[in-house]
Write a protein that binds this ligand. Sequence first.
Ligand code: ZN
Length: 438
Amino acid sequence: MTQNSADILVINGTVLTQDESDTEIKNGGVAISREKILATGPAADFADWNAVRVIDARGGIIMPGLVNTHTHAAMTCFRGIADDLPLMTWLNEHIFPAESKLDYQKVYSGALLACAEMIMSGTTCFCDMYLFENAVAQAAKKAGIRAVVGEVLYDFDSPNYGPIAKGFEYTEKLIDTYKDDPLVTIAVEPHSPYLCAPELLTRAIEITRTHDIPLVIHLSETADEVAGIQERYNCTPVAHLAQLGILAPNLLACHCVVLTDDDIDLLKRFDVKVAHNPESNMKLASGVAPIPKLLEEGICVGIGTDGCASNNNLDIFLEMDTTAKLHKVKTLDPTVLDAESVLNMATLQGARALGLSEDIGSLKPGKKADLIVVDTHKPHLTPMYHPVSHLVYAVRGSDVTHSIINGNIVMQDGQLQMLDLEQVMDDVNQIADEVRRK
Ligand SMILES: [Zn+2]
């Protein structure tokens, strides 16, 4: 009889598969071969398996890695630079001046720090929009984390590529460079309906259709944005995109805070995906997105942190906790957004939002091995009646001990395997010194 063998066996934990029926295996394990999941099941099934490496979850939780559906990774450089200000003051007097000094190297360093923070808090895949995105893609590869990245496009000149025509060239080049990459997917990312002319937006969706890739945009983030679009185009931002033919299943709309019922109908009809960023929306006082309503309509919603200057961290565990509670207090109904729904948003639904649910978001044989181990042997996690409740309401990112992405162990016993964390933090501290001097 031939013995079963795996490259990595993760055993002795409660396995939350996050599959369609939310299968939970008490004292289970996951076998990994190369970049894929080979099997999941009770620990006893793996007793006679041969494995090159064995990870003991010590009674903790083994689950799919979390998906951060919207961030601006390199904004780690500006974490805490200015808080508690009106959006336009914050942007015009603090963020935009600091960003105008960015270059490839700074974005690389900032993105690397973001990758370290995300891996160490359980995120295994993130969707990024920023300048110098080739640097973000390179940082993701260096850290070993999965990423969907796209260069931000808008009507005015960019410090990276100059005029918009060059922005499209830059995007096409990214698409070509990363077309067979195991970790990086390129998206086309026009900033928003208020910074992008109709021609820019229609060109953007055409490119995504040619290459079958995601389109990512900020949409209906604030009441001011909606008023501005109403004045220019005499309709809501969502209706404006509908008229341009931009609404589509591959569109990820970030924020969607201010929506009419007609807007929600449109998002549903075109199967648009939504990234919900509750902490950023709270901190910038943008408002509360109608997420319970979107979920009721069957619209796919993932969770994002947004850039960490408006958050100020990239911890999806905290974002889940906020998501679950914010909508309860908004609706004065404690039954909305139960823990299970919120965990789904941060795993399988997040993967769907990025067009990656065939590969990631749940633990299933044949899918890519993107998974984490959460240590539950902690005072704030004792006792544990319901693992899902803990994950949403009690676990912190710092409880994650192991992270495997694409079958590669990127964190073991809390130690990053691909990055020199001290160096990564030093580099960003140096950038902060420069920012302070200016
Ligand atoms: Zn954003």
